[in-house]
Design a protein around this ligand. Structure first.
Ligand code: GLU
Length: 398
């Protein structure tokens, strides 16, 4: 008898597992076994989706929105997204420049698939979100990290950008406010980077602005707002973070029409478009005044301050002050080479696993974000959980 061999493609064999999702799954698994795990791993608001958005979804079901939608999203939604871009970002897009997808993650994957060729280089200012490198790899491109550290508030300089560009550079994945560091670039800093890119007209910019509303006072800015960048920027956003709608899976891009058309062609073969009910609810979400979600941002800011104080009270861990998103990204390298409670810590992955095993607190290793000295802590958790988590962390480190 011939036995069937498990022969996965090189593509999937070369693809790393998403460490954010893997850590969240691990935390769930341990909880199911009865362990009292506090999960500070996933970047997911712990709020419920606001009622006015849920009502819009219920209404859409009753109105029998059940058929395939246009591949690039309902026209009403694309028009609402154009109004949002104008109102929040000062960006003028026509509905033909908008593509709605199954989460910002698919939006980014679409862009990578339609613009990148084998051998193209993608620049990733580090630390960067785990899926950027994986998506670039999936598109057969090579990703090049541009390092930064706490000393520079995790931002790259124009000189670093200039020095990393080669004739093969096709794209830069830019993210502000940043996951995992929480740092935001100022308008001046954007403009300084744009002056470098102006000298290299063949480079596209993917500007991931998913955390724009989770910011603590520093005005956010958009790459496409710079005239010379508009024609080569793909602005990515979505409703997951700002509206506590992670599971609804709606992301979108505003882009040059030819790129939007190609992304539509791509998802026409992959998903046929995003979920119809979630799209209807998103019309209501993006049309709502930003003031409607300010209560969540205020709460996140209080938690950020709490977490920074709690970190301050632990010897050997140092953090910057994030100006947005809901993560802190402390440097834990002072523990490398040490053995604590019989557990040897040689790197950030060991440290993160040590916290999971000994303190029952789930975090994500900085290795996954291109920053091997750090770990990511999501403070999208209740104040009680945060206090208890840091009490445990302090205890095990002592
Ligand atoms: N973006 C979130 C995070 O970084 C959700 C998980 C994911 O898709 O990576 O935790």
């Amino acid at each position: 008898m011939i036995t069937l061999q498990e022969q996965l493609s090189e593509r999937i064999n070369n693809l790393p597992t998403s460490q954010t999702l893997a850590m969240a799954a691990k935390a769930r698994e341990l909880r199911a076994e009865g362990k009292d795990i506090i999960s500070l791993s996933l970047g997911e608001p712990d709020f419920n989706t606001p009622d006015f958005i849920k009502d819009a979804a219920k209404h859409a079901i009753d109105e029998n929105y059940n058929s395939y939608t246009p591949v690039n999203g309902y026209l009403e939604l694309r028009e609402a997204i154009c109004r949002k871009f104008k109102r929040d970002n000062g960006l003028t897009y026509d509905q033909s420049q908008i593509v709605v997808s199954t989460g910002a993650k698919q939006s980014i994957a679409n862009v990578a698939m339609v613009l990148l060729n084998k051998g193209d280089e993608v620049l990733l200012p580090a630390p960067y979100w785990v899926s950027y490198s994986a998506i670039a790899t999936l598109a057969e491109a090579t990703y090049i990290e541009i390092p930064s550290s706490i000393e520079t508030d995790f931002k790259i300089t124009p000189e670093q950008l200039e020095a990393t560009i080669t004739p093969r550079t096709k794209m830069i994945f830019f993210n502000s406010p940043n996951n995992p560091s929480g740092s935001s670039y100022t308008e001046q800093e954007y403009r300084a980077l744009a002056r470098v890119l102006e000298k290299h007209p063949n480079i596209y910019i993917l500007s991931d602005e998913i955390y724009e509303h989770i910011n603590y006072g520093q005005p956010t800015f958009s790459f496409a707002k710079i005239d010379s960048m508009y024609d080569r920027t793909i602005t990515v956003n979505g409703v997951a973070k700002a509206f506590a709608m992670t599971g609804w899976r709606i992301g979108y891009i505003g882009a040059p029409a030819w790129i939007a058309k190609a992304c539509t062609k791509m998802q026409g073969q992959v998903t046929s478009g995003a979920n119809c009910i979630a799209q209807r609810a998103t019309i209501t979400a993006v049309d709502a005044p930003v003031a409607n979600i300010q209560y969540m941002v205020d709460e996140f800011k209080e938690r950020r301050d709490l977490v920074l104080n709690l970190i301050d009270a632990i010897d050997g861990i140092t953090a910057n002050t994030p100006s947005g998103a809901f993560y802190v990204f402390p440097d834990v390298s002072s523990f490398f080479g040490k053995t604590i409670a019989g557990y040897t810590i040689n790197n950030a992955t060991d440290f993160s696993l040590f916290l999971l095993e000994k303190a029952h607190v789930a975090t994500v290793t900085g290795d996954a974000f291109g920053a091997p000295n750090n770990i990511r802590i999501s403070y999208a958790a209740s104040t009680e959980e945060l206090k208890e988590a840091f009490k445990r962390i302090k205890e095990v480190l002592n």
